[in-house]
Ligand binder design. Structure first.
Ligand SMILES: *[C@@H]1O[C@H](CO)[C@@H](O)[C@H](O)[C@H]1NC(C)=O
Ligand SMILES: *[C@@H]1O[C@H](CO)[C@@H](O)[C@H](O)[C@H]1NC(C)=O
Ligand SMILES: *[C@@H]1O[C@H](CO)[C@@H](O)[C@H](O)[C@H]1NC(C)=O
Ligand SMILES: *[C@@H]1O[C@H](CO)[C@@H](O)[C@H](O)[C@H]1NC(C)=O
Ligand SMILES: *[C@@H]1O[C@H](CO)[C@@H](O)[C@H](O)[C@H]1NC(C)=O
Ligand SMILES: *[C@@H]1O[C@H](CO)[C@@H](O)[C@H](O)[C@H]1NC(C)=O
Length: 396
């Protein structure tokens, strides 16, 4: 009898769970949101903007409609409260209360800093308050309807000898484009002016090779970049008459060479036993900027040693780190200590090499425990591989 009651109870739990699940699906289905329409989407400063949250509800009424700029709520409509609308202070946003309601929000006299993502979130008055959000972008441009936004360099860090694409992102509303001028420092090297023939013009600059076929009014492609090009690039956009408004943006290009191989480790002896003083040095392949090296024993950082940067051919640098450390029995607790050298170039590059410090009687020789060039990649793949092996083992 008791058994039967238990099983009945369990069944009713499961039934309840299924019912709740179905009702959740049903409630969510009661809401067909949503789209956020912003008119005009690109607007000149000082104008008014109307935002419309397009949604349809079936079966349930609205609990609230919340409006956000980014993650900050600035307006809320909740029909169950008095007053039904509420304006939250958010820097620079002026809501026209008289013309805002359950579906619309009107922003007055917008300014360029108000450019960005806006969202409306519709929440239904139902058991689990199902909600949906729609997002759209507003861009507010300056005088003359012109705003240069960004000079984007790709890749962000350029390997010497490869190509770089510089894109000038700008918005122009009220006037046609008059020109886009490109500068390295203060020297103009490329100009695009649609009213002239030809529309593109190149001004020679040592080390700059413009690929005309791939350059146009919004981007310029540089080929075979050299170290000399590292530095400040700018694009200056000018709107046509009557305003001839200009807007300029800059960005820094960094040209680098990364070490071609993983670092090499040299130790003073072939074998070590606890109590020995180990002397080791680590040398990185040539790079620019110079690489930074660190030694680890069993993943513990070895206190700073002697770090030197030597000039190498073609304007590159070779870094060397020398350390001296006494080996203790504690280093041998989990077998031969592992000596690892890590090399970094800024945030761009990280690689390492490692050796095991065997004692003469345990194993014949010091040897590499990771193969050159594979250390960093190996680290990333191993957990995945392990997972596959575990899954595979469980399945067989
Ligand atoms: C913006 O709206 C306000 C208030 O309704 C109005 O007085 C003003 O003329 C409008 N501005 C523009 C540029 O439409
Ligand atoms: C809400 O306001 C907008 C414009 O501000 C208007 O077009 C719309 O008809 C209004 N909707 C309701 C339901 O009052
Ligand atoms: C704005 O929205 C777009 C598309 O949803 C997204 O890619 C972008 O990261 C968002 N920008 C910000 C600043 O949240
Ligand atoms: C400029 O060229 C790039 C690459 O060829 C292309 O993706 C882009 O659409 C072009 N821009 C214009 C405005 O023609
Ligand atoms: C880059 O050049 C532009 C235009 O000459 C200048 O306004 C800007 O300050 C420079 N930026 C840096 C970081 O030097
Ligand atoms: C580092 O090791 C190399 C090769 O054994 C050696 O030529 C060099 O002198 C060593 N440098 C230092 C500072 O010990």
């Amino acid at each position: 009898m008791a058994e039967n009651m238990k099983s009945l109870k369990r069944h009713s739990y499961i039934l309840n769970a299924i019912l709740l699940f179905i009702s959740l699906i049903y409630e969510a289905g009661g809401l067909r949101t949503t789209e956020l329409r912003i008119t005009p989407r690109v607007v000149q400063r000082g104008r008014n903007v109307t935002m419309e949250c397009v949604y349809q509800t079936h079966d349930y009424s609205i609990y609230s409609v919340k409006w956000y700029r980014g993650v900050q709520e600035f307006y809320r409509y909740s029909p169950l409260e008095t007053p039904t609308t509420r304006v939250m202070p958010v820097n620079g946003i002026k809501v026209d209360r008289l013309r805002s309601n359950e579906t619309h929000v009107v922003l007055l006299r917008v300014t360029p800093p108000l450019s960005g993502n806006y969202s409306c979130e519709v929440i239904l008055n139902a058991h689990s308050y199902p909600h949906q959000t729609a997002t759209a972008r507003l861009d507010v441009v300056g005088i003359g309807g012109l705003r240069a936004i960004e000079l984007r360099i790709s890749p962000p860090v350029v390997q010497r000898g490869s190509d770089a694409t510089l894109a000038c992102l700008y918005q122009l509303t009220d006037a046609p484009l008059y020109s886009v001028k490109w500068y390295r420092g203060r020297h103009e090297f490329y100009r695009y002016s649609p009213t002239e023939t030809p529309a593109t013009k190149i001004f020679p600059f040592a080390g700059i090779n413009v690929d005309l076929a791939r350059s146009n009014q919004s981007q310029v492609v540089l080929t075979r970049v050299s170290f000399g090009l590292s530095g400040n690039f700018s694009c200056e956009v000018t709107a046509d008459a009557p305003s001839f408004a200009t807007s300029i943006v800059s960005n820094n290009m960094e040209v680098v060479v990364l070490p071609p191989t993983s670092p090499s480790i040299h130790t003073s002896q072939h074998y070590y036993t606890p109590g020995d003083v180990m002397k080791a040095n680590c040398t990185s392949g040539p790079s620019r900027p110079p690489s930074v090296l660190s030694f680890f024993i069993n993943d513990m950082l070895v206190s700073p040693g002697l770090y030197q940067v030597h000039p190498a051919p073609e304007g590159l640098f070779r870094s060397e780190l020398y350390v001296q450390i006494q080996l203790w029995p504690a280093h041998y607790e989990r077998g031969a200590p592992i000596l690892r050298c890590e090399v970094k170039v800024g945030e761009l590059y990280k690689e390492d090499s490692a050796v095991a410090l065997y004692s003469a009687n345990s194993d014949p020789k010091i040897e590499r425990v990771t193969s050159p060039g594979s250390a960093a990649k190996l680290q990333a793949c191993q957990p995945l591989l392990l997972l596959y092996i575990i899954l595979w083992a469980n399945n067989t």
